[in-house]
Design a protein around this ligand. Structure first.
Ligand code: PLP
Length: 411
């Protein structure tokens, strides 16, 4: 850090500011985590310099013997941890992993069936503002109005009607388990490729606390920085029969040189995620999310679908505030979370009627169920707060709460 502070005090100041922000508040964004110092060390390393287009043993550049070792370790660890026949660890992000999958299995104009954005799907699942909705023909399924669970009858009806080339299971704001076997049956019925976008929950699969999509899906895509607690990046697991198509789609179809520092950091994260300590962490993430959802229910919010099986909960604010207001008020009290549309939301996405909360960060900080009850109370107070004084009082309580368990404690 001293080297950076000397070379570029402005950026050093940004780093310090961000560390202070993390240490002084509660991070409840469901898609974020606090990567370990070892993961950060690999990410900020000299491996960043190396060009390594291609794959280990067949690169387009010399001098790849060290980065080859890193990539082989990442691939072997991913295959072992998830029981996958093939792993590609080069995608720069979750969105890049998904783009590669479209490139591997679809032609422009092909029909793809995936979860609708307003019901929790990701931009890469067919949104009009994304390549997936512009270059392909998206058909969307959603959740049933009464249960707020994925409507598998609707998925099947749409699949039979539209005969998609590819079906994507997985979402960005869906707190429940997904029935991968049901998706497999539907995909088989219409001869579609089944992709599971496991970006949000792959860390829980690594920790063996929720079922794995790997036995069911043709390929599984994910980002590596969410519950999994790796560096920012993406990954694709798959059946051996798709290995060639996936590797060709990642490079040379959609990417150039892989980020070898990030590939190395992915290897570190996969090693960490293979430990008993990580399995306990993943179990605590889920227990904490359930406790947080329950606590927020006691604060007058309604957990969408009645609760959660994962690391996140989606809360209907019951019109006590809009999602945007809740996000802003919490922000001013040092609680970082995001507004989120709820299924069949009458408000536009930038306003939204709900919030999404996740427990990966606070669980990394060592918090448990009793802390979640306290956090729920703080969120409730912030959302109800009438003015600056009340928000400042909540903020002071947040600081008190995190003081003995800050993110990145000073050693
Ligand atoms: N897929 C899902 C389900 C996601 O939730 C996200 C990100 O939140 C992505 C893909 C994209 O990941 P990235 O932001 O790394 O591109």
């Amino acid at each position: 850090f001293d080297v950076l502070a000397e070379a570029d005090p402005d950026i050093a100041d940004v780093l310090l500011g961000e560390i202070d922000r993390l240490r002084g508040g509660l991070q409840l964004i469901a898609s974020e985590n606090l990567a370990s110092p070892a993961v950060l060390a690999a990410t900020g390393s000299a491996l960043s310099n190396k060009y390594a287009e291609g794959y280990p043993g067949r690169r387009y550049y010399g001098g790849c013997e060290q980065v080859d070792r890193a990539e082989n370790l990442a691939v072997e660890r991913a295959k072992a941890l998830f029981g996958a026949e093939h792993a590609n660890v080069q995608p720069h992000s979750g969105a890049s992993a998904n783009l590669a999958v479209y490139a591997a299995f679809c032609e422009p104009g092909d029909t793809v069936l995936a979860m609708s954005l307003p019901h929790g799907g990701h931009l890469t699942h067919g949104s009009r503002v994304n390549f997936s909705g512009q270059w392909f023909r998206p058909v969307s399924y959603g959740v049933a109005k009464d249960t707020e669970l994925i409507d598998y009858d609707q998925v099947r009806d749409l699949a039979l009607t539209h005969r998609p080339k590819m079906i994507i299971a997985g979402a960005t704001a869906y707190p429940r388990l997904i029935d991968f076997a049901a998706f497999r049956r539907i995909a088989d019925e219409v001869d579609a490729v089944l992709v599971v976008d496991a970006a949000h929950f792959i860390g829980l699969v690594a920790g063996k606390v929720i079922p794995s999509p790997v036995p069911y899906a043709d390929v599984v895509t994910f980002s590596t920085h969410k519950v999994l607690r790796g560096p920012r990046g993406g990954m694709i697991l798959g059946k051996g029969e798709h290995a060639k198509a996936i590797d060709k789609a990642v490079f040379p179809a959609i990417q150039g040189g892989p980020l070898m520092h990030v590939v190395a950091a992915k290897a570190v994260a996969l090693k960490e995620a293979s430990t008993a300590a990580y399995a306990s962490y993943a179990a605590q993430v889920v227990a904490n999310a359930a406790a947080l959802a329950k606590g927020l229910e006691a604060e007058g919010m309604r957990p969408v679908s009645g609760g959660t099986d994962t690391h996140m909960a989606l809360l209907d604010l019951n019109q006590r505030a809009t999602g945007a207001q809740a996000e802003q008020r919490c922000d001013r009290a040092g609680i970082t979370l995001n507004k989120n549309a709820i299924p069949f939301d009458p408000n536009p996405p930038m306003v939204a009627s709900g919030i999404r909360v996740g427990t990966p960060c606070v669980t990394t900080q060592g918090m448990v169920e009793s802390d979640m009850a306290e956090i729920a109370g703080l969120i409730g107070r912030a959302v109800r707060a009438g003015g600056d004084d009340e928000l400042a009082a909540v903020g002071a309580d947040v600081e008190r709460m995190v003081a003995d368990r800050p993110a990145y404690p000073r050693s």
